[in-house]
Design a protein around this ligand. Sequence first.
Ligand SMILES: Cc1ncc(COP(=O)(O)O)c(C=O)c1O
Length: 363
Amino acid sequence: MIDYAKLAGKEIQGLSPYVPGKPVKELERELGIEKAVKLASNENPLGPSPKVIQAVADFLPEMSRYPYGDVFYLRTKLASKLGINADRLIFGTGSNEIIELAMRTFLARDEHVMSPSPSFSVYGIIAQAMRASCRWIPVKSDFSFDFEALTANINEKTRLIFLGNPNNPTGTYFNQETLEAFMKKVPAETIVVMDEAYCEYVDAPDFPDTMKMQKDYPNMMIMRTFSKAYGLAALRVGYCIADPAAIDMMNRVRQPFNTNMAAQVAAEAALQDTDHLKKVIRENRMGKAYLYGEFEKLGFEYLPTQANFILVKTGSGEKVFTDLLKKGVIVRYLGSGLKDYIRVSVGTEEENKIFIEQLKAVL
Ligand SMILES: Cc1ncc(COP(=O)(O)O)c(C=O)c1O
């Protein structure tokens, strides 16, 4: 008999697959109900722009053709919107693929990546799948990143440092001054990947201008996505802004048609509908204010967020999560250092109200 576990090796055996938020339809089937509410995966509750839906519908008859391997039209539009040269961009099947591309291109087996913890677990999963590792550096008690500890742990084997800003699952951010001070201490051959999946939602005036900083720090990469504020999570499209030499190397590793054509067409249309994006951000801001107010009335501590989700201290996070699930509301329980918390994505006005109602009911 073939021993697949042995063939895969100890790193793969030691991996736990990423557990996504439960799909709404699955919960509805399990509970035999019609209207479950999912506030678990930081999706856009308003959905994509109607112009995106039209653009994808118009594209569908063309699906027998391969996509543009070089993502030409989307690349050109995005570059012009960002005010950069198109050779500074690479696209992927969500920013998840950008994480993987960066590691496959630059990370050797005996090297490691680093990230504050808690943060996005995928950094660790991909590093380990590559037979390398991730050094998780605990955040401080107020959930801010411990930049001194991050700096102290860098050595010549630290190839990539992932900094979620705003961070998931905390929603917290760090400012320009903090990032400048850190970058000055990072060796030139350690790549700092700024994971800005939620940047469109940010209100903070001192949020780092990373695109400007890249001029001084060619070892800084920026990762963004169309999955969140643009509402294209199912289509899978994310991108990376980096030094053209880094993009060139990642392009050699990239699968030829990694960004599917529906995603390219949708992202292009999404970029054009700035009114829809503004509406999404406005709704999120209102939803945040409502949830903050309700948490305060309930006496719950929460972390002020720069994103579209809130980490809230309900106590007994797992029980609250499970009880809410039985009521048809899906939130996220993160476990480990966050046992007293749940993470809730900001939904529509109606979804937020249902969540609060059911939260009160399970307490
Ligand atoms: C911090 C962070 N980075 C990256 C991603 C990946 O998003 P996607 O692959 O959909 O672009 C997520 C998704 O939840 C995230 O929270």
